[in-house]
Write a new protein. Structure first.
Lengths: 392, 299, 233
């Protein structure tokens, strides 16, 4: 299954990269025209973006665990400067937190990798378990799992839109894949521990995401916490896929990853456009999009609906699968938390779309809508198609 | 043979102070006062008449000589030739209590003179030695553990070549911790600076402000003996036992000479640390010694 | 050679205690450099000379690289960052130095107890390497969490990294030269970027205290003009 997942991610990551690269061409000139403060030189930005993409592909393709560690650490190194594209205090702070927290996490992942490699030579189950715990904590930090997620909302909200989208859509998947790689090496005796640990972290992430989304006043942070929530769902699905026979859950897992990545890219790009127009990330200021920016209103609202897993969304099927195959207490918890997420998302989405306009804004050019629009059409077509496929 | 070695130790001790000073002079590019300066100083002081402060009592009168006497007893019981004699049945703690008794008498004498400056010096001296004592007793605990013996010679000759193979980490840690004690107890840099006579920062010297003549000679000689004793203790902690005899004594004195040179080097390259940091460093040394015990117990 | 490796490890342990109590950035950097050197040369000391003869060019090369990068290049980089940032040269502790030392001591107790419980004798070159590496990792985390300055956190990260490398050396893990160089380069680049970031933080916030870095959070409501609080060069 690991190779299939690798091939799948190897297909998905370039798609996301190209989408965000093209969006960068549209977004950056517009952004530097409007921002008064300084920003990084564009050539450096594109160089780092390509390096970032390369590092992610390197992480997916790496042949051994230590080499994969090198690649994952490399993704941190090249993406950190991207966060400070706009040189503001906040972005500097976000970058510092990102670098430091992720590096400590990654250092633990290295330690865990060593333990696992050593366990392979001795065959000690305890070392395997300890190794996996450290790896899970380490790469889990990078993936944004709950107790270690603190860097994620800061970094994702401060980075320029295409970078946020890439961080959230592609990078988190790569870190997840790292966990998958290590999990694959666990001997049978260690698997119950590993799966239980992943399940616990997954549910915790879901809960933390849900709690912080309620009353969220910053729409980019809202999206960031949504990433935490979805990574929780991904890791729950993964631990279920391992313990259930059959390939259905594996398909659900892949579907979830792909749908989340594309929907999140679409949402972050739309959020970036809103930030350009309104120059703020406060939900209370960005109101009444339905009147003023109809295209963005549609993208934003439908995107939020899709990320919540409403039926035409592909996420609906994966979440349905999760609820169906898991034990009843997990299903109940997940459903309840998803409901909270849905409520929080809709509160923000509806008030931003249908509220009364409170602030003046500067309209953004239409070309900024091309990529998110295309992604939206892709998602909706795929969703409707799968509904028909399942019904038929 | 034992008596001869004790006499040798008593005679040599001012020489080692001279070695320290000559080393410092060498590093500073000076000619230096010569190796035997302390002998001349002591001789000069002994020829002077006694002067006692007006308001002092008999305590001041006997303080320096009693202090020297307790240190001298420590010299007599020390196993200079590697064992035998008194040292094989005297507990190792007694040795350190003798040194502590010497310090206690000096402090009493200083307080008796009623000089505020001396009072301050005494307070500092006692504070430092209180911290140093923690280290000393953790180190002693470790050595007793290692040698399974509590007598002075048993503890000191208990370290064999095999111990250096099996327990090298604890031995290194203990040695480094005891170096801190050695430097602090002898008022050397970086804990105290013997050069800073009559400055507010000094510790040991402040207690001797009212002492002169033969009493000062006793105090200086006592300090030299203490330096030699603790250095010899340090050497025997790391030196695997050669068995008894002249070879051992010769190696011991050579080791003390080496340590004197090392002290001179340290004093040439380091500055005295801030007053408040000295107790902290001693506590750090105590932690290092405790770590040694820990390592020893765990492995 | 075994005895040497253990003496070196004892020094490593003392460097941990010293780092916890170091009050000047300069001395802290010096102790990190000492640890870097030890991590570098340890594989040579741990090498079984009697059984395997002289170690090959690979071991020598990696040792040299490690020692040079961790013992020379990174400390130089850090001192450069300290000098450039014109920050105060003192480490500003949140937990006092005495307390930090004591915590490190307790970590050592924990490390040695764990090392004893693990029963790791047969496969491991030096049984002291594991407890010492645990202690060092703990020290690194302590320095990261209990010190204010950004640069001190970089130092703490390096200590953590040293602990992990020491663990790798202790269990004689060999990944092959590409990976070792990769790890080394990654860490070096990380320290480099962190150093630059610390410098920029100093310039932007006119302080390297990380307690100024509390702007972002969930309770904080953004105002429209806030975004434009840019760096004034």
């Amino acid at each position: 299954m690991t190779d299939t997942l690798r091939n799948f991610l190897l297909t998905l990551t370039p798609v996301l990269f190209v989408a965000n690269l093209v969006q960068s061409f549209f977004y950056l000139p517009e952004s530097s025209r409007r921002e008064s403060g300084g920003h990084m030189s564009n050539s450096l930005y594109y160089a780092l973006l390509f390096l970032f993409f390369g590092a992610m592909m390197f992480a997916l393709l790496a042949s051994s665990l230590p080499l994969m560690w090198v690649a994952i650490e490399l993704t941190t190194l090249v993406s950190a400067p991207l966060i400070t594209y706009h040189r503001s205090r906040e972005s500097l702070e976000a970058m510092w937190k990102y670098l430091l927290i992720c590096s400590i996490g990654i250092a633990f992942a290295l330690f865990g990798t060593m333990l696992v490699l050593h366990a392979q030579s001795t065959g000690s189950v305890m070392w395997y378990k300890a190794g996996f715990a450290f790896v899970l904590a380490g790469y889990g930090t990078k993936m944004g799992l709950a107790p270690f997620h603190t860097w994620l909302p800061d970094a994702h909200s401060e980075a320029p839109a295409p970078v946020s989208a890439l961080l959230s859509g592609a990078l988190l998947n790569c870190s997840f894949f790292a966990i998958v790689r290590v999990r694959e090496m666990m001997p049978f005796a260690a698997t119950p521990f590993c799966d239980a640990a992943m399940l616990a972290l997954g549910i915790l992430s879901l809960a933390v995401g849900a709690v912080f989304m309620v009353r969220q006043t910053d729409y980019k942070r809202l999206l960031a916490y949504s990433s935490v929530e979805h990574m929780g769902l991904v890791i729950i699905l993964f631990s279920l896929a391992l313990s259930r026979s059959g390939t259905l859950v594996w398909y659900a897992l892949a579907l979830h990853i792909a749908a989340h990545s594309i929907t999140k890219t679409l949402l972050f790009q739309t959020a970036g456009n809103l930030l350009l127009a309104f120059r703020t990330r406060a939900v209370s200021v960005v109101q009444g999009l339905g009147v003023s920016m109809k295209g963005h209103a549609a993208l934003w609202l439908i995107g939020l609906v899709l990320i919540c897993g409403m039926p035409p969304s592909l996420l609906f099927f994966s979440e349905l699968c999760l609820v169906l195959v898991s034990p009843i207490w997990i299903s109940a918890t997940v459903l309840m938390l998803l409901f909270i997420v849905f409520a929080a998302m809709m509160k923000v989405g509806l008030s931003m779309t249908f509220g009364r306009p409170v602030s003046s804004f500067e309209p953004v050019p239409k070309r900024l809508l091309i990529i998110p629009g295309a992604l939206l059409i892709l998602l909706v077509v795929a969703g409707v198609f799968s509904v028909f496929a399942i019904v038929a | 043979m034992n008596i001869l070695s004790i006499i040798l130790a008593a005679v040599l001790s001012p020489f080692f102070i001279g070695v320290v000073n000559q080393t410092k002079a060498f590093f500073a590019g000076r000619k230096g006062p010569g190796f035997f300066r302390l002998y001349f100083t002591i001789g000069k002081l002994l020829r002077k008449s006694r002067m006692l402060p007006e308001n002092s009592t008999w305590i001041f009168d006997i303080a320096q000589s009693a202090s020297l006497a307790s240190v001298a007893v420590a010299v007599i019981i020390f196993p200079w030739t590697g064992g035998g004699g008194v040292s094989s049945f005297v507990p190792v703690a007694f040795f350190f209590y003798l040194l502590a008794a010497g310090r206690f008498l000096t402090v009493l004498g200083a307080l008796d003179a009623g000089n505020a400056f001396e009072g301050m010096g005494s307070s500092r001296e006692v504070q430092f030695s209180a911290f140093a004592e923690i280290v000393v007793f953790i180190v002693l605990g470790f050595l007793v553990f290692l040698s399974a013996d509590t007598s002075l010679s048993g503890v000191l000759s208990g370290i064999r070549v095999e111990d250096w193979k099996d327990n090298v980490i604890p031995l290194v840690l203990v040695f480094l911790a005891f170096v801190a004690v050695f430097l602090s107890e002898n008022c050397r840099v970086p804990f105290d600076d013997p050069e800073t006579h009559l400055e507010l920062t000094m510790i040991h010297e402040a207690m001797l402000l009212d002492v002169g003549g033969p009493d000062l000679a006793f105090a200086l000689y006592g300090a030299a003996l203490k330096f030699e004793l603790l250095a010899a203790f340090l050497v025997m902690m790391v030196m695997p036992c050669f068995g008894s005899g002249w070879v051992h004594a010769a190696a011991l004195f050579a080791g003390v000479g080496l340590i004197s040179v090392a002290v001179g080097v340290i004093e040439s390259v380091m500055a005295r640390m801030r007053f408040l940091k000295s107790p902290q460093s001693l506590m750090g040394a105590a932690l290092i010694a405790a770590l040694a015990v820990l390592v020893f117990i765990c492995f | 050679m075994h005895t040497f490796s253990e003496i070196v490890l004892a020094l490593f342990l003392i460097a941990d205690l010293a780092l916890a109590g170091a009050s000047r950035l300069k001395s802290a950097i010096r102790f990190v450099a000492l640890q870097g050197w030890i991590v570098g040369v340890l594989p040579i000391f741990l090498w079984d000379w009697q059984a395997n003869g002289c170690p090959g060019i690979r071991i020598w090369g990696i040792s040299l690289m490690n020692a040079v990068v961790k013992g020379v290049a990174m400390p130089l980089l850090l001192s450069y960052a300290v000098r450039k940032a014109r920050t105060r040269r003192e480490v500003e502790p949140i937990v006092s130095f005495q307390m930090s030392r004591f915590i490190v001591f307790l970590m050592a107790v924990g490390g040695f107890a764990t090392g004893r419980l693990l029963h790791i004798h047969e496969t491991i070159a030096s049984e002291f390497a594991i407890p010492v590496s645990f202690t060092t990792m703990g020290t690194g985390l302590l320095l990261i969490s209990a010190r204010k300055k950004a640069i001190t956190q970089v130092i703490g990260f390096l200590v953590l990294e040293n602990g992990i490398s020491l663990f790798g050396a202790g269990i004689l893990l060999e990944y092959g030269i590409v990976v070792e160089l990769g790890i080394l380069l990654d860490v070096f680049a990380l320290v480099f970027i962190l150093g630059i970031a610390a410098f920029q933080i100093n310039r932007t916030f006119s302080s390297t205290d990380t307690d100024r870095l509390n702007h972002l959070g969930d309770t904080h409501l953004m105002h429209p003009h806030h975004k434009h609080d840019h760096v004034h060069d």
